[in-house]
Design a protein around this ligand. Structure first.
Ligand code: MN
Length: 232
């Protein structure tokens, strides 16, 4: 067997809540504009034809509780609190009902966003990667097993910055439901165990800077914390 030229690390992983096991994270899918009020605050409308997506590389994953450096290339780093679905079985071309049998569990996530770079990309009709897919940009809490969480209903989703409430909504406000999102994604990808889906953020996104402490959660899941450190 040939030797690899340099170390190639294993994929990152997050704890399973209350267990020793780790959930390895492969692909990170993110849904855009899945809460009507957030779409409006971004100056956009929800597209009712189909959900749309962007991806973040697994190397962007950061566990909740971390301190991250203020990322390079931006003057406008935003928080987006999100409900995250962790997939535990393969999924391909399934109906919404079938899709839910592949859900391993749920977590609280932060889709950190370099908003100035994302807006510039939008204006020019370019991809969002510079705004979304950057180191430490996908923050994730431990994963709670689906059976422990129960049905997705009116659970509260919220985020505080330094103790001030910034985002506060309900999972029932999602435009596209989790079964609909998974079924739709499965038309385009062979979803695999370890794939996770960030399901969009409610209204109230805003800027954070060095020294800010973010704390957020979803009823029934582990809360998430993130401290923004000095710029690199
Ligand atoms: Mn988002």
């Amino acid at each position: 067997m040939s030797d690899r030229l340099f170390p190639s690390p294993d994929v990152p992983a997050v704890p399973v809540a209350g267990e020793d096991a780790l959930f390895p994270v492969h692909r990170i899918f993110c849904v855009g504009r899945n809460y009507a009020e957030h779409a409006r605050e971004m100056g956009a409308e929800v597209d009712h034809e189909a959900p749309f997506y962007f991806l973040k590389g697994a190397y962007t994953l950061t566990r909740g509780g971390a301190t991250i450096p203020y990322p390079p290339g931006t003057q406008n780093l935003h928080h987006e609190i999100e409900f995250v679905v962790a997939i535990g079985k393969p999924l391909f071309r399934v109906t919404p009902d079938q899709a839910m049998t592949a859900v391993f569990g749920y977590a609280t996530g932060l889709d950190m966003t370099r908003r100035d770079l994302q807006n510039k990309a939008k204006d020019k009709g370019r991809p969002w990667d510079l705004g979304k897919d950057f180191e430490h940009g996908a923050v994730l809490s431990p994963v709670t097993r689906a059976e422990a969480f129960g049905e997705i209903a009116r659970q509260r989703i919220w985020l505080e910055v330094d103790g001030t409430l910034r985002q506060d909504s309900r999972l029932s406000e999602m435009v596209w439901s989790v079964p609909e999102i998974l079924a739709d994604l499965s038309r385009y990808y062979h979803l695999q165990p370890g794939d996770v889906v960030y399901t969009g953020t409610p209204a109230g996104v805003g800027a954070v800077g060095p020294g800010n402490v973010l704390r957020g959660g979803v009823d029934g899941l582990a809360t998430i914390e993130l401290t923004i450190g000095a710029a690199e």
